[in-house]
Design a protein around this ligand. Structure first.
Ligand code: G4P
Length: 532
């Protein structure tokens, strides 16, 4: 095996996703503890911004600042290089999370056993399903009185539109939680609430009918476990890794992250079954990680709010070949050669200089304004990674310039902020009317503050009667023009100049579909790729 092949084979790059409060931060931290990447709990700051009031956006930005440090957490475990890509928990930053999901090869979804499937869980899973991302589900907080595990599985299948296959099974729940039985290696893992120890005590049993089980968990529990395991093994198909890898089947684990329970088997199974770095589509061909030449793309940009340190950090996912420090690479959109003197990797509360990186790795590149989300770096080949779609924002407002002397600054600022992915910008002509679309109110405050603070420009936002953006297309340009003329007040153009229908309501959309049967309406900007 070549070095490159070996480096690819040993990497697993994934994201942990959840509805806020399900335990994403806690699980991340426990995984880092196992990997020896941190020494004690508490080193990973929770995105407690989740709990802050919307008006407190500086606090949230500060938290985001902290979360730069935890953007990518790499560690080695059992000879595997694990890269965890952090995703913001706050709903208003959901777009950041969607984009981060374009840079992972698989995800672990954390579900709270008391709450079951929640709103954000559904949205995040929709994005995973669209990209056929392999998903492992970790049902957390089994030390609490939660829902019945069979009901939970049914809920997951129904709400998330995915098949499930438990690989571990809980023995009791809440006060009576005794542990889990691991279906694949027939071992019992008994629970003792323990926030300090990081290893589970495994008791291997060859047969569930062994009297030892009764002694360990009590007759009643032991019999219940036998019945349930029998039911699973008769009803459920054996675990099929290919179905998991193609995104149709989610293996399920039960545990309690805060008590370090069930985390080790999750991690060890993850290493065995999760995919190593995968190929990625570009506008001209699919790039495979094993290709010798380096390619990568920017999926996240983090601005520094401190006016004295204006630089930004662009996060680049390596897709193929080997990335090297101080080497010239081609920035395809700008047709410019760039080299990076201090590419960085981030780890909990430390960061370090990267000399070289391999497919699946993420490097932070200091940037003075060259990058926007989706930008591609190569050794010269003119290709562009695709599949970083925009979704319809949920809130739309018209941006009004309140300081005509600073028009240029406002123009520059709002374009740069939208390149960074703070919000989506739609332009309506004639008049260069700017419409800002976001998933949360918070972004409007962020934009107003940053325009003032970084560009000296002032603006206000006006309410709009728009609730959804749909990208539109037609087989002929005449048809499309007929539509955009009829709906000129409701048509705007996105950053790539793609036409977008700004609908007031679902009724609006249904009516337009009826009126213009030859027009196709799409939920995302990259419909060509995703609807293939
Ligand atoms: P998030 O990143 O998904 O938002 O969740 P986070 O890990 O911050 O966990 C949310 C809350 O749930 C935390 O409590 C955390 O301690 C708790 N938690 C996580 N795992 C478990 C578990 O297995 N069992 C139980 N019972 N609780 C769990 P908090 O009170 O909000 O914060 P903290 O003061 O404990 O940090």
């Amino acid at each position: 095996m070549s070095t490159l092949q070996q480096e690819i084979a040993k990497r697993r790059t994934f994201g942990i996703i959840s509805h806020p409060d399900a335990g994403k931060t806690t699980l991340t931290e426990k995984l880092l503890l196992f990997g020896g990447a941190i020494q004690k709990a508490g080193a990973v700051k929770s995105n407690k911004a989740d709990k802050a009031a919307t008006s407190d956006f500086m606090e949230i930005e500060k938290q985001r600042g902290i979360s730069v440090a935890t953007s990518v957490m790499g560690f080695e475990y059992l000879n595997t290089k694990i890269n965890i890509l952090d995703t913001p928990g706050h709903k208003d930053f959901a777009e950041d999370t969607y984009r981060t999901l374009t840079a992972v090869d698989s995800v672990i979804l954390v579900v709270d056993c008391v709450k079951g499937v929640e709103e954000q869980t559904k949205k995040l899973m929709q994005v995973c399903r669209m990209r056929h991302t392999p998903v492992i589900i970790f049902i957390n907080k089994m030390d609490r009185e939660g829902k019945d595990p069979f009901d939970l599985l049914e809920e997951l299948e129904k709400e998330l539109n995915i098949s499930t296959r438990p690989l571990s099974w809980p023995i009791g729940i809440g006060h009576s939680f005794k542990g889990v039985y691991q279906l694949n290696n027939k071992s019992l893992n008994l629970f003792s609430a323990n926030k300090k120890h990081i290893a589970d005590d495994l008791i291997t049993i060859n047969d569930l009918n062994d009297k030892k089980v009764d002694e360990l968990v009590g007759d009643k529990m032991a019999n219940k476990l036998r019945e349930e395991v029998e039911l699973i093994e008769t009803v459920a198909e054996p675990f099929d890794r290919d179905l998991y890898l193609s995104g149709y089947l989610a293996p399920v684990f039960f545990g309690s992250a805060i008590n370090n329970f069930g985390v080790q088997e999750l991690l060890e199974t993850f290493i065995k079954i999760a995919p190593s770095p995968q190929g990625r589509e570009t506008d001209i061909r699919k790039v495979e990680p094993i290709e010798n030449k380096f390619t990568g793309f920017i999926f996240k940009i983090h601005a520094n709010l401190d006016p004295n340190h204006r630089d930004r950090i662009a996060f680049c996912r390596i897709c193929s070949g080997k990335f090297q420090r101080n080497t010239f690479y081609q920035h395809n959109r700008l047709n410019k050669k760039l080299k990076f003197a201090s590419p960085t990797s981030f780890m909990a509360d430390s960061k370090s200089l990267v000399e070289e990186a391999f497919p699946g790795d993420v490097v932070g590149l200091y940037d003075s304004g060259n990058f926007k989300i989706g930008d591609t770096l190569t050794e010269g080949e003119a290709l562009q990674f695709v599949g970083i779609p925009s979704f319809s924002p949920e809130i739309f407002k018209e941006l009004e310039n309140t300081d005509p002397m600073k028009t240029k600054q406002l123009e520059k600022g709002i374009h740069q902020l939208s390149d960074e992915g703070v919000a989506q910008l739609f332009i309506q002509n004639p008049g260069n009317r700017k419409i800002i679309g976001t998933v949360g109110e918070l972004q409007f405050e962020v934009i107003q503050f940053r325009l003032k603070n970084e560009y000296g420009a002032s603006c206000i936002f006006r309410h709009m009667n728009t609730s959804k953006a749909m990208w539109v297309s037609a087989t002929s340009s005449e048809e499309l023009e007929k539509f955009t003329q009829r709906y000129h007040q409701k048509t705007a153009y996105d950053k790539e100049n793609k036409p977008v229908f700004l609908a007031g309501s679902q009724f609006d959309i249904d009516y337009a579909i009826k009126q213009f049967p030859e027009i196709s309406f799409h939920e995302t900007s990259e419909w060509e790729l995703l609807e293939k």
